[in-house]
Design a protein around this ligand. Structure first.
Ligand SMILES: Nc1ncnc2c1ncn2[C@@H]1O[C@H](COP(=O)(O)OP(=O)(O)OP(=O)(O)O)[C@@H](O)[C@H]1O
Ligand SMILES: [Mg+2]
Length: 309
């Protein structure tokens, strides 16, 4: 129901409106400290969300920080993003003030040790999770002020996901699983057919197989097909090769590189494996909830060239 209360067009590279109304919200101020201040800020964010969520989906750029995103050049921009978990009176900060600009069409790897905040960061920039404070602009939409139903709509229309566990529907064939992705998206892409996608992932022969008849790598490729079927602007993967052996892992990375080149899809992959980072144009090093370093790689390696150990 909430999904039909307004009908914004899917934002694509072609129709990305460059002249969008820019609004800066009232700033949050408090004299409280610690968990109390965080709770007050949360409340304030809810008020802003109620006020601006619909306007954001309709194309307005709303900033809580005063930062105006450069939507012509960057697909994702984060401004002072913080995320804490509160249990009782204890505040556990997980992201501690992240600033980030990611270019359209890049192949980006988020690298860092276990517990550093990689998944939390990915979930925030892909609209699966909400920040405690800060602005998360994705295609100009400030996700930190979208209400849940609008976030769902945003995800459905703009982003694709690949997880470590492939999450395929067991009673559907490979082709039918991919079609689920297509059907979930309001704007069916006419140019990119399921057949083309299976060609790209090298699985034309396997289209009618069920998940239990496929290897892990093949199932992961079907999950990529499912994500691609809606022609997402951005493709996210959290340890997409984590459950695969070397051969299948390389194959999956090759497909992600192909997709990035062929469809100009921005690809963002989380990994703890520094070798995988060598295939990216941009590597974000996360450490202890902060960005340690961002490296641009002018000469990325091919997945076949990296060490796997
Ligand atoms: N729901 C939660 N409640 C409390 N703390 C959490 C919650 N989710 C994550 N954390 C904490 O946030 C920190 C970052 O977690 P995150 O999952 O983002 O790390 P990661 O870098 O993806 O690690 P890994 O490589 O092991 O997947 C961890 O210390 C984790 O314990
Ligand atoms: Mg993780």
């Amino acid at each position: 129901m909430a999904d039909t209360d307004n009908k914004p067009k899917k934002i694509t590279e072609e129709n990305l409106p460059l002249e969008r109304e820019f609004i800066v919200t009232q700033p949050f101020t408090t004299t409280s400290e610690g968990v109390k201040a965080i709770k007050e800020e949360n409340k304030f964010q809810k008020i802003l969300t109620a006020k601006y969520s619909k306007q954001i989906l309709n194309g307005k750029i709303v900033s809580t920080s005063g930062k105006k995103p450069d939507i012509e050049n960057y697909v994702i921009e984060l401004e002072d993003v913080k995320k804490s978990y509160i249990t009782g009176d204890v505040d556990t900060p997980v992201l501690k003030g992240i600033n980030l600009q990611l270019r359209k069409g890049d192949f980006i790897v988020i690298l860092g040790p276990s517990g550093s905040g990689k998944t939390t960061l990915l979930n925030i920039i892909s609209g699966l999770d909400k920040v405690s404070s800060g602005d998360v602009f994705v295609l100009g939409n400030n996700l930190s002020l979208l209400k849940d139903s609008h976030l769902t709509k945003f995800r459905r229309e703009n982003v694709g996901f690949i997880f470590q566990q492939y999450n395929l529907l067991t009673n559907l064939t490979a082709k039918e699983n991919a079609e689920v992705g297509e059907n979930l998206s309001r704007n069916k892409n006419k140019d990119l057919t399921i057949n083309d996608i299976f060609e790209t992932i090298g699985m034309k022969e396997q289209m009618n197989k069920y998940p239990h008849q496929m290897s892990g790598g093949q199932q992961q490729r079907v999950s990529i097909a499912r994500a691609l079927a809606k022609n997402p602007n951005i493709l996210f993967g959290d340890e997409p090769t984590g459950a695969l052996d070397e051969e299948m892992g390389r194959k999956v990375l090759e497909i992600l590189v192909d997709v990035n080149k062929k469809y100009k899809t921005t690809v963002i992959v989380v990994t703890h494996n520094p070798n995988i980072a060598l295939i990216a144009n941009t590597v974000i090093h996360v450490r202890n909830g902060l960005i340690d370093e961002i490296k641009n790689n002018t000469n990325p390696k091919k997945p076949s060239e990296i060490d796997w150990s």
